[in-house]
Design a protein around this ligand. Structure first.
Ligand code: FES
Length: 167
């Protein structure tokens, strides 16, 4: 087991990681949760994050990178303060998911995986987010928004722009 003497994470997160690697029978099982926690703290999965997590799990950097390329919820570039994920999978697609995505694109002036110049919003087209019964749906950071219409999207985005969030 590698010893981390100079962590890039906060003391709280470093301590959490120290515990996390002990609760799985196989250390590498902690990889996804560690990447998600690190992304929450750092804002994205940076090179330094990859290197420290690989070291903590006795993996090669390349093994961490190959997992990163598979999971769309993990990002290697900073996102906006509010990361909008619009689902266009089957249920959402049938109920106007692409209309919602196109509306977000024109409203924000950005495309898939892009961030507004002021760093407030980023946009992604994603697969099912588990809100199919309330399609079309999108997720903004950890908030779900359902039964969307373009007008409802405008209200939601205005809420985040005000700094209040839409909920
Ligand atoms: S298909 Fe969009 S949330 Fe499931």
């Amino acid at each position: 087991m590698s010893t981390i003497t100079n962590t890039i994470f906060s003391p709280e997160l470093a301590e959490r990681f120290d515990k996390l690697v002990t609760i799985y029978p196989v250390r590498r099982s902690a990889l996804i949760p560690m990447l998600l926690y690190a992304q929450d703290e750092v804002g994205y999965v940076s090179e330094a994050v990859i290197q420290e997590i690989a070291k903590r799990l006795d993996l090669f950097d390349l093994e961490v990178r190959s997992v990163l390329s598979y999971y769309s919820m993990l990002r290697t570039k900073p996102a906006g303060k509010y990361n909008i994920q619009v689902c266009t999978n089957i249920s959402c697609m049938l109920r106007g998911g692409y209309e919602i995505l196109d509306h977000c694109k024109s409203k924000l002036g950005i495309g898939h995986k892009q961030t507004t110049a002021d760093g407030q919003f980023s946009l992604e087209e994603v697969e099912c987010i588990g809100a199919c019964c309330w399609a079309p749906a999108m997720q903004v950071n950890y908030d779900f928004h359902e039964d969307l219409t373009p007008a409802k999207v405008d209200e939601i985005l205005a809420g985040y722009s005000d700094g209040k969030g839409a909920k």
